[in-house]
Design a protein around this ligand. Sequence first.
Ligand code: SER
Length: 585
Amino acid sequence: MKAIDIRNKYLKFFEKYGHKVIPSAPLVPENDSSVLFTTAGMQPLVPYLLGEKHPEGRRIVDYQKCLRTVDIDEVGDNRHLTFFEMLGNWSLGDYFKEDAIKMSYEFLTKELKIPVEKIFVTCFKGDDDAPCDETSERIWKQVGIPKEHIYFFGKENNWWIAGEEGPCGPDTEMFYDTGKPACGEECDPSCDCGKYVEIWNNVFMEYYKQKDGTYEKLKQQNVDTGLGLERINMLLQGKETPYDTEIFKPIMDKLIELQKIDNISSRRIIAEHLRSSMMMICDGVRPSNMDRGYVLRRLIRRMTRHLNKLQINLENLEELIKLNVEILEEMYPELEHNKEVIEQVILEEKNKFIKTLQHGERELEKAIERTKKENKDKIDGNIVFKLYDTYGFPPELTNDLAKEKGLKIDMKEFEKLYKEHQDKSRAGAEQKFKGGLADQNEKTIEYHTATHLLHKALQIVLGEHAKQKGSNITEERLRFDFSHPQKVTKEELEEVEKIVNEQIQKGLEVTCKEMTIEEAKKDGATGLFEEKYGEKVKVYSIGEFSKEICGGPHVTNTKNMGTFKIKKEEASSSGVRRIKAVLIK
Ligand code: SER
């Protein structure tokens, strides 16, 4: 069985139990979210977990492309991936613990044919916020999991929430016993020695954690499950790492063929980052020095660096990209549709990086001279860090080059600076995630509606080509990226502002209709990322002015939104402009 077969089995199984299949949402979250990337299957479904009606009903099954950047630096080991796929079945106020657990058990044992002896489960042990999950324990026993295979843990293991605030709840997790010997007497599913591997998580989302840290019951009881596809695929094939499965193997083999120096960790980094970069480019990300673009830049540069490390001629990159399209297109047909742009973006960024490396080398030569002049034997840690951070020089490379000149590097100081930097970017990533899920209040809802008005106004003033490329909303402002080849003039911006304010003042009703994509298109609705949607979609109309496919939520009438003011217009990436705007009351 391959990963795609597992995905198809999963979708079919849950379809049989009344779930509607929805395709993956893009990696870049749409509309009102300040999250960098979709990091879990639940993210695109947050409004529905909070009680909004999903056009496809209350039972959903999906496969979601996810990207997690927190562990970027761990990639190269035997398990961390930045891009991965999460299979999920969803009850939006429909079934709860009993059905969820029974279906999970049936899928694992009957469809995937995992022997029950290999399955271990964990449940929430209870605390002041929520009781011990005896219900899950009872159902696990009832389906056939022996008592000794059921463990209880606290919030640190058996509670799921994205960030600090948002929908959450106790979870029950399923583990696969690899059969490796226990690492000690204490070894249990919470141990990460590798004996027990987590395969699936059923979150019973019935709470909302508020800003002040207290929990409130949600309007409905939901089930959010997540099954990591690469991981289960690896286990079912009896492989040690995802790199040994069909998803990565052909690229790994090709790298062995091309390399002059052997390093398994470098090969993994290249294979992993190549796949992630390609998926990101497919979903519209372009290299830049900010946010998503910066993540993509780092991935491509890190991959290039490791190609250098293996002494693989960079001319081979084109062939590696083509090979990866072939390997992955069955799972992600969008790769085949976007292969030209993927190739162009990666090769361009690689060329830019080569230039940077040359600058870095010059910088390093100067530092070497200085160090020698000062009669020191070590290059300062902050220079090593600067070379790493600005020019992408790994400290090992700096060390090698310094050694050739009879010098060492101050690794201790480098590590200190590196750690500080990492803590900062982690805090940043968490902050971003938090923002995205928490931002469903009156203010952000107004900004969301303002975004639709702005989109339409831009198309009136600049032309139909001015299409949404991205959007980000906080309580303070909206940010909107759209395609347009040149700077928007002051007069054009004034015109856009005027049109948006006229519509706000008209007090337009905002209405929502559910329809099929075909009906929506016929109706003249604009839609982003159309292939992401399931068969039925929501179309939000603002009076007669704007009509967009969108998940909502929106204000019911524009009249109290205040005055719309554009604060800034700038380039976002090539061919894409960015507007920041506020609503003043
Ligand atoms: N939200 C949970 C997770 O990401 C289950 O899907 O693990």
